[in-house]
Write a protein that binds this ligand. Structure first.
Ligand code: FES
Length: 110
């Protein structure tokens, strides 16, 4: 079966993030795609604290000054470029990074 792209590169403006449903290892998965300084990163959209999805409202993953991803439930802050939690109840843990590949300006899970 031909893999489906998660999104187009142009769907994610610089220093923002969008949530998608995708298939990872044949399992439906909530994914957040982050464009940080014009580099794309993908994480499982699941807070290491309780497993809830992160966003405040649809596609709103960043904190107020757009410097960290922030969990809407208890406020944990995650670095956009590696998913490491620098503050909050899961400090020292990380979002699960998902490998992606880009072909013809579309983003795919590897
Ligand atoms: S559920 Fe994310 S910080 Fe508690």
């Amino acid at each position: 079966m031909k893999p489906e792209p998660i999104c187009k590169v142009d769907d994610i403006p610089q220093n923002s993030a969008c949530g998608f449903e995708a298939i990872s290892n044949e399992v439906p998965t909530n994914v957040v795609i982050v464009n940080w300084k014009n580099e794309l990163f993908a994480y499982r959209n699941s807070c290491p604290h309780t497993g809830v999805t992160l966003e405040w409202i649809q596609n709103r993953f960043f904190n107020g000054d757009n410097t960290f991803l922030q969990c809407s439930t208890h406020g944990a802050l995650f670095r956009p470029d590696d998913g490491f939690c620098i503050a909050g109840p899961c400090t020292g843990k990380s979002l699960e990074k998902l490998p992606i590949t880009i072909m013809k300006k579309s983003v795919y899970l590897k």
